[in-house]
Design a protein around this ligand. Structure first.
Ligand SMILES: [Cu+2]
Length: 127
């Protein structure tokens, strides 16, 4: 049993070591405006997400939802969608409609140059 346990532990370490550099290569969110969990006096006019690397416009989106999960901006059917910044291909932006006070969720999905897709979400509040 001791041998088996050692083998399993070795395998776990090997997997963790092998997967670490690959995971580090994926696009990941570095910062956002509004910041995650921000409480704002003034409604933001856009969401801007900065990633650690260039992202692919065709596979990158931001969807803003409000109370009760109602989609307010960035839906597939919307005319206004997230766009990659022309000056910095690591920044994804979504122009927002006027937002009343309330809680909002930003859901993003991107793909980096290697084609791996990542997604995440965060919330902010307008007072
Ligand atoms: Cu990757």
């Amino acid at each position: 049993m001791k041998t088996l346990h050692t083998l399993v532990a070795t395998a776990v370490v090997a997997v963790a070591t092998l997967s670490a550099p690959i995971a580090a290569a994926h696009a990941s969110l570095k910062s956002s405006s509004p910041a995650a969990n921000a409480v704002l006096d003034v409604a933001p006019k856009e969401v801007a997400l900065t990633f650690n690397e260039k992202i692919e416009p065709a596979f990158s989106s931001i969807v803003l939802t409000g109370a009760a999960g109602r989609v307010l901006a960035g839906a597939v059917s919307d005319k206004v969608k997230a766009t990659v910044d022309t000056g910095n291909p690591a920044i994804l932006r979504l122009v927002l409609p006027p937002l009343p006070a309330g809680a909002y969720t930003v859901a993003w999905a991107v793909a980096g140059p290697d084609g791996h897709r990542r997604k995440g979400e965060f919330t902010f509040t307008v007072k």
